[in-house]
Design a protein. Structure first.
Length: 651
């Protein structure tokens, strides 16, 4: 280990720099004048498109010749460091000009455009194979060599671990790999993900093969497609910084990004715009643990504190709760009940949901009876902007696999923070548990948990959202005080049949009636949640069993809701072409597609509301209906006792 570092450092010390530059030399034998001219024009155009630093670093002569030996589908190939072959089948069309008009089945449109992209692609491979020694990498190797010599491998800082395995080329730069879709695996000491999950809205699926092809494909678009700066802004900035150069006349990109709101209100237009300039802060949002086995360590999310339109960025934006959004990686379950085995084997897709904060608060505090802690992250304005931007990119491109242990919500959230901010402090931070991730973020000074020290202030300012369990228990205490009920815990009261709770209504005074009403609403919510789980468990994936039965209509609606709602977490389904972030030219199709899908979901939801009770177990259905009767009776009773009391407010 020590000698490897010293050897690498010594190479840096004596490695010289050459003033030579890339030269493309056309093999002209057997070419007629027209073919030579067309070929040379192509090569001149390719060289002119390259960054000056690219040309200077790749200081070699590359021989370019037309070959009959390449497969028909292959436009070109670099076969050795100094030779590039182009497919001779394309030469006639290039020389007579028809290649500029002939459509190509490949992404760049015409045959000539694809030939130009191929030359750039293969030259990028040659550039990438050459070891690059920027100043910061030279300094890193020397620093790590010194640490190794004095302390040994055990004392190496995280930034040095695994560096001897690096080639120090463009395609194995850690920052590029984070952005490209091969992030560092949490808990694996610098090892990278084996597969790229940014599979949606790709310009060319070939980029997903490996990091080398990713670099080559993306450099094609960086150099040839003016819209690349708007479609993949984080990668555009990376290449611009790497080459200290960018193609001329970049377009004016929109300052905000389209997203699909995955809220459950199917009557609203799901398509929204996310403006990083309106994001005041980003919080680590932790749904605290409960007794459910899949929730025992909590759930990790990121909360975007978004200012209302027209409000200047500042602390008051925390009061604009209706504007806030939550970034939540979740297992997309569209078939059967949540399965521990499927979760352990990665059978569920992992997707980045964008949800309204209000819905997240309700589902955790009211339904799951779990508190939420919202802890501000210490991020600069630039880091907030970059994180929001990269989250928007992943929203349109990412479709991974959810593993309860190795790729759960905490792991996905940490990877988003790493790739979105580029903070070095996150590089060696490992945690696979949501509550553990918060602890290490606080320990590294990246999160401010002091906002939770004062419970009342935390609740008032929206840093904490209490579980309704405490409220239900408080209402239950009112019943214990006013009525001689035998139960000692609110859970025991709610688990009774609705008909067993009903006899107590008549004896309830105004305050007790109000408490009973709130608890009965909680009982109905609990029954509906149990019914939802029952439907998933019994009927999803059971279309054949339901066909022809009186349940067929309800079962079909349930199946279609799950099938049609997938686009809310994978919005790329709405667009047929294009790559990266959708652009203004795609806005009309995006709006029409999302509106049509949402209307379909609304119709299915209304149909399901009418039919779903047919699917429920008779005992479950009877309990729901009895609870609804209780609510009606309590409402009437509450009005009566309120009127009898003279219309005074509740004490």
């Amino acid at each position: 280990m020590k000698f490897a570092w010293l050897l690498a450092a010594s190479v840096l010390l004596w490695g010289g720099t050459s003033q030579a530059a890339l030269r493309l030399e056309l093999a002209t034998e057997a070419l007629d004048p027209g073919q030579r001219q067309a070929s040379q024009t192509l090569l001149d155009e390719a060289q002119a498109a390259l960054p000056p630093s690219f040309v200077a670093r790749l200081d070699r002569t590359v021989s370019v010749r037309w070959s009959d030996d390449l497969p028909a589908a292959v436009y070109g190939r670099a076969i050795r460091p100094g030779q590039l072959l182009l497919n001779a089948r394309l030469l006639p069309a290039l020389s007579d000009g028809s290649a500029a008009r002939t459509p190509s089945q490949r992404p760049h449109g015409t045959q000539r455009r694809e030939l130009l992209a191929t030359v750039l692609h293969e030259l990028t491979h040659l550039y990438d194979r050459a070891r690059l020694w920027p100043a910061q990498q030279r300094a890193l190797l020397l620093r790590c060599a010194q640490r190794d010599a004095s302390h040994g491998a055990v004392g190496l800082p995280e930034e040095c671990r695994g560096q001897t395995a690096r080639r120090f080329t463009l395609s194995d730069d850690p920052r590029l790999l984070d952005l490209a879709g091969w992030p560092q695996r949490v808990g694996r000491r610098g090892a990278r993900e084996l597969h790229n999950a940014q599979v949606a809205r790709s310009p060319d699926a070939y980029e997903l093969s490996n990091p080398r092809e990713f670099v080559a494909v993306n450099l094609e678009y960086f150099l040839l497609d003016p819209s690349y700066a708007c479609r993949r802004p984080t990668l555009y900035r990376y290449f611009r910084a790497h080459f200290d150069w960018a193609p001329g006349n970049p377009p004016s990109c929109a300052g905000d990004y389209p997203f699909l709101n995955a809220g459950r209100d199917f009557a609203r237009q799901p398509l929204g715009r996310l403006d990083p300039e309106r994001v005041y802060a980003v919080d680590y949002l932790l749904a605290e643990a409960n007794d459910n086995w899949v929730s025992r360590w909590g759930h990790s999310m990121l909360r975007l504190v978004i200012c209302a339109p027209g409000r200047p960025r500042g602390p008051d934006c925390r009061l604009d709760l209706d504007q806030h959004l939550v970034l939540s990686y979740r297992a997309f379950v569209n078939d059967v009940q949540l399965s521990s085995w499927a979760g352990l084997t990665g059978a569920y897709p992992s997707r980045l949901f964008v949800l309204p904060l209000g819905q997240v608060i309700d589902e955790y505090t009211k339904v799951e009876l779990r508190s939420l802690a919202s802890v501000p992250l210490r991020l600069s304005r630039e880091e907030i902007h970059d994180l929001v931007e990269h989250a928007a990119e992943l929203h349109w491109s990412y479709d991974g696999h959810y593993w309860f242990i190795s790729n759960n919500c905490a792991v996905e959230t940490l990877k988003l923070l790493r790739s979105g901010t580029g903070r070095r402090e996150l590089g060696d931070l490992d945690s696979i548990m949501p509550n553990g991730l918060l602890d290490v973020l606080v320990g590294r000074g990246l999160a401010d948990r002091s906002v939770l020290d004062d419970d009342k202030e935390a609740l008032r300012l929206g840093y904490r959202f209490d579980s309704f369990r405490e409220r239900y228990q408080a209402m239950f205490a009112v019943l214990q005080e006013r009525l001689a009920i035998p139960q000692t815990k609110v859970e025991d009261w709610l688990e009774q049949p609705a008909t067993a709770r009903r006899p107590w209504f008549a004896a309830a005074d105004l305050r007790a009636s109000a408490a009973l009403l709130l608890l009965e609403q909680a009982a109905l919510r609990r029954q509906l949640l149990l019914a939802q789980d029952e439907l998933k468990r019994n009927y999803l994936g059971a279309a054949e069993q339901l066909a022809g039965s009186r349940f067929a209509k309800a079962g079909e609606a349930l199946q279609q809701i799950l099938a049609n709602s997938g686009y809310l977490s994978r919005p790329a389904e709405l667009l047929e072409a294009g790559y990266g972030l959708p652009q203004p030219g795609e806005a009309q199709q995006l709006e029409q597609s999302s509106s049509a899908r949402q209307q379909r979901l609304l119709n299915l939801s209304e149909q399901l509301d009418q039919e779903v009770r047919r699917l429920l177990d008779p005992t479950r259905l009877a309990e729901i209906e009895a609870t609804e009767v209780n609510l009606k009776q309590l409402g009437a009773h509450l009005r009566e006792v309120h009127k009898a009391s003279g219309g005074f407010q509740l004490p």
